[in-house]
Structures are given as structure tokens and as C-alpha cells.
Design a protein around this ligand. Structure first.
Ligand SMILES: Cc1cc2nc3c(=O)[nH]c(=O)nc-3n(C[C@H](O)[C@H](O)[C@H](O)COP(=O)(O)OP(=O)(O)OC[C@H]3O[C@@H](n4cnc5c(N)ncnc54)[C@H](O)[C@@H]3O)c2cc1C
Length: 251
């Protein structure tokens, strides 16, 4: 439950507020505004100008408070990433939910986090008020961020645009979150990353190689313990391998 609300006008002000105990960033608030027994102070990020979507060279820089819908509607957003965003949440939620809030709250079933993991997205995280030399931010690969979810204010997420991306999924209904999803990113150099979602606390990186050889067995191996109430590991291993092959065929 949010007991105190702040709307800072500058990043430094926000970072100072976030040093207080039980104080958390507020993105779109779709999760934070749900009733809970814990009381928190919320630091609303909406006045900080972090809702940008900027193409810079081979990258798309996405401000932390850009909404899922604004990313979906951006012409630089790859088609396969759009497909993953559409599966992440229905339009009313996409219009409020932010890119950073979604990644922080994501679990292994998140198609959005799975696609960004395949793309090797980078998160810029501010850990506090600027030091004397002006440095306070650290860049994390999403693959390092997800298992740890370190505290700090995400200010931007950067995705490469010089990759081809494919996304495939299987779910109970076309609008459900996937039971298995696969995202494959491939660079001109041949570098190939396969991320799998649909299970567990975070999506998994099944492969990061210099070529695509062995991708089906990498997909199969990654899910050898992936049993839960939705599906058995044996089912997920078969489906992941098929989806990986399908991704490779469409990329
Ligand atoms: C009714 C309902 C229930 C939901 N329940 C769940 C659920 O139980 N579990 C789940 O995973 N998703 C749940 N969701 C999905 C949730 O809406 C999405 O995860 C959403 O995309 C979160 O984005 P947001 O911007 O609204 O985040 P917010 O609700 O604003 O914040 C979510 C989390 O991210 C943190 N955060 C936000 N911005 C930043 C930032 N820039 N830097 C660092 N941290 C930040 C917040 O402090 C908070 O911990 C639910 C949605 C709805 C509508």
C-alpha cells in the first residue's frame, strides 16, 4: 500500500528520496497500486522526462518510463518485439505500464523480458546521488540484472537494432502468457542468442554462440527441470526445441 507519494522534478531529487527506507520508484503503478499489507513511499518518475524513445546509431534507447504501448507504436521497434509486447499485457495495462516497471516485476513467463534477454538489452541503473566525479550509474546486461534484481533506479534500457529478432510461443489461448516462448536474436557476425520464457522466476538464456549450430539441443537442455503446474519438463523440452527451430526458420 502506498502511504506517501512524492513527485520529484529532477533525477537528483528522485535519487535522494529513494535513499529513504521503504521508498520505491513508481512507474506506471499497475503493480505498485495493488493492495498489499506492506506500506511504502512511492517516488513517481513521471516528471523526470524519462519517457524518451531515441534511435542512436545501432541502438534504440528507451527511457525507463516509456510505456509498453509507446514502444509498441514506435517505428524502430522490431516486429518480433512488438509481438512479445502484445502478449505481455492487454492494451489498458500497456498504456500505463512502463518498460522498467515491467522488467522489475517480470517473472519467467514474461514474453517482453524474454525478447529483451535474447537481444542482450542493457539497463542503466542509478544507485544514488551523483558522486564528486559525476558518476553514479552502472550499466547491467539484462541477463545479469534478472537473477539479482539489484536495487537502484533504472533510467534507461538500450536495445540493439542491428540484429534480426524472431519470437515464437505456445500458450493456452492466443492472448494468454506463454507456457513456452522462444526469442532468437542474430547479429550479422553470426552471433546467435536464444532466450526461453514461460517458466520460473526469470527467462533463461539457452545459448549465446558465434553461430546457430546446436540451437535445438540448447533449447531442449535449458528446460530439463522446467516442470510446474502448467506443463511438464518433457513437454517444455520438446516445445522449446521446436520453437527454436521455427525462430531460426523465420529470422
Ligand atoms: C491487477 C494487476 C495485478 C498484477 N499483478 C502482478 C503480479 O502479481 N506480479 C507481476 O509480476 N505483475 C503483475 N501485474 C503486472 C504489472 O502490471 C506489470 O508487471 C507492469 O508491467 C508493471 O509496470 P509498471 O510500470 O506499472 O510498474 P509499477 O507498478 O510502477 O512498479 C513495479 C515494480 O517496478 C519498480 N520500478 C518501477 N519503475 C522502476 C525504475 N525505473 N527503476 C527501478 N524500479 C522500478 C517498482 O518500484 C515496483 O517494484 C499486475 C497487473 C495488474 C493490472
Amino acid at each position: 500500500m502506498i502511504t506517501t507519494y512524492h513527485r520529484p522534478q529532477t533525477l537528483d531529487e528522485a535519487l535522494n528520496l529513494l535513499t529513504q527506507p521503504n521508498t520505491v520508484p513508481l512507474g506506471g503503478g499497475t503493480l505498485l497500486s495493488q493492495p498489499t499489507v506492506d506500506s511504502v513511499q512511492a517516488v513517481d518518475l513521471q516528471a523526470l522526462g524519462l519517457d524518451f524513445l531515441t534511435k542512436k546509431g545501432n541502438d534504440l534507447e528507451i527511457g525507463a518510463t516509456a510505456t509498453l504501448q509507446s514502444l509498441l507504436e514506435n517505428e524502430a521497434c522490431p516486429a518480433a518485439l512488438k509481438a512479445a509486447i502484445k502478449l505481455e499485457a492487454p492494451i489498458n495495462i500497456r498504456n500505463s505500464a512502463t518498460v522498467a516497471g515491467t522488467l522489475v516485476a517480470s517473472d519467467g513467463r514474461s514474453p517482453f523480458a524474454t525478447a529483451l534477454l535474447a537481444m542482450d538489452a542493457k539497463l542503466t541503473i542509478d544507485h544514488g546521488p551523483k558522486t564528486v566525479d559525476g558518476q553514479s550509474s552502472i550499466v547491467y546486461g539484462l541477463g545479469d540484472f534478472l537473477p539479482l534484481r539489484p536495487h537502484g533506479l533504472i533510467t534507461a534500457v538500450t536495445v540493439p537494432l542491428n540484429t534480426k529478432l524472431a519470437f515464437e510461443f505456445v500458450s493456452r489461448t492466443p492472448a494468454d502468457k506463454p507456457i513456452v516462448c522462444a526469442a532468437l536474436a542474430q547479429w550479422n557476425s553470426g552471433r546467435t542468442r536464444l532466450a526461453l520464457g514461460g517458466y520460473g522466476k526469470s527467462p533463461m538464456l539457452a545459448m549465446d554462440g558465434t553461430e546457430a549450430d546446436g540451437i535445438e539441443s540448447a533449447a531442449r537442455n535449458a528446460f530439463h527441470e522446467a516442470t510446474d503446474e502448467w506443463a511438464s519438463a518433457a513437454y517444455r523440452m520438446d516445445v522449446a526445441s521446436t520453437l527454436a527451430k521455427r525462430c531460426l526458420g523465420t529470422i
